[in-house]
Design a protein around this ligand. Structure first.
Ligand SMILES: [Zn+2]
Length: 229
């Protein structure tokens, strides 16, 4: 695992997910692709913790590269799984995840069948469907921020630590510190409002689903993008 901030680590294995080390145990933000629980276990053991120290698993959204190992990690740790009401049915396996919005458009529409070839996540029991606001029952001070667009129930999370650590899932990405809409997103009213919502918050560090973290000044980078909307 790579250290992002004090007690915050990135698991990077073709995806990015995050481990928050708190006084009462570990909180995971996302779980990567299916069959990758071992990458988390190895990382967690490298900081002197074990899988049973995971107390909560919090998902940004239901795509297989974020929710993929949720069922296995929840089972191995007996932890609670949190996700938004909008994305929970897909996490439970009641329906397919909603594809990201760029695939609504031609010519990319023809790629939609390829998405079906991605290994799907095992269904998992969602213990709590969360809404915007403080995430309950955690020892960490974690704020859920609804950022719909990439999926209808996409959530970002702001950790009150190190000047604020934002986890944006696939709502946004960056290149060399310049923030833009996430991969496979496009300028929809929902997505652009979500980018404005994030830009209103104060944070120093931002963590992404598909880019390395911005280690400082991340709030300014989001405000610079929002100013272009
Ligand atoms: Zn996604």
């Amino acid at each position: 695992m790579e250290r992002v901030a004090d007690g915050v680590y990135q698991v990077k294995k073709g995806f990015r997910a995050f481990v928050i080390d708190g006084d009462e145990g570990l909180t995971l933000i996302d779980t990567g692709l299916p069959k990758r629980a071992g990458a988390f276990v190895a990382g967690i053991e490298s900081i002197g913790r074990s899988v049973v120290d995971i107390k909560a698993i919090v998902l940004t959204h239901n795509h297989t590269d974020h929710a993929g190992s949720a069922a296995a990690l929840k089972r191995d740790s007996n932890s609670a799984l949190y996700c938004s009401a909008g994305d929970a049915p897909a996490v439970r396996g009641e329906r397919r995840p909603i594809d990201p919005p760029v695939f609504d458009r031609t010519p990319l529409q023809i790629l939609k069948p390829l998405l079906r070839l991605m290994p799907s996540a095992d269904p998992a029991v969602v213990d709590l469907e969360i809404e915007s606001g403080p995430v309950p029952h955690l020892s960490e001070d974690l704020m859920a921020i609804a950022t719909p667009g990439h999926t209808p129930g996409h959530m970002s999370y702001l950790l009150e630590r190190a000047g604020g650590v934002l986890f944006v899932g696939d709502a946004a990405r960056h290149r060399d510190g310049t923030v833009s809409r996430g991969w496979f997103n496009r300028p929809t009213p929902d997505i652009d409002q979500s980018m404005r919502t994030l830009a209103e918050r104060d944070f120093e560090i931002a963590c992404f689903g598909h880019a390395d973290p911005i280690p400082r000044g991340a709030g300014t980078a989001f405000r610079e993008f929002a100013a272009t909307l």
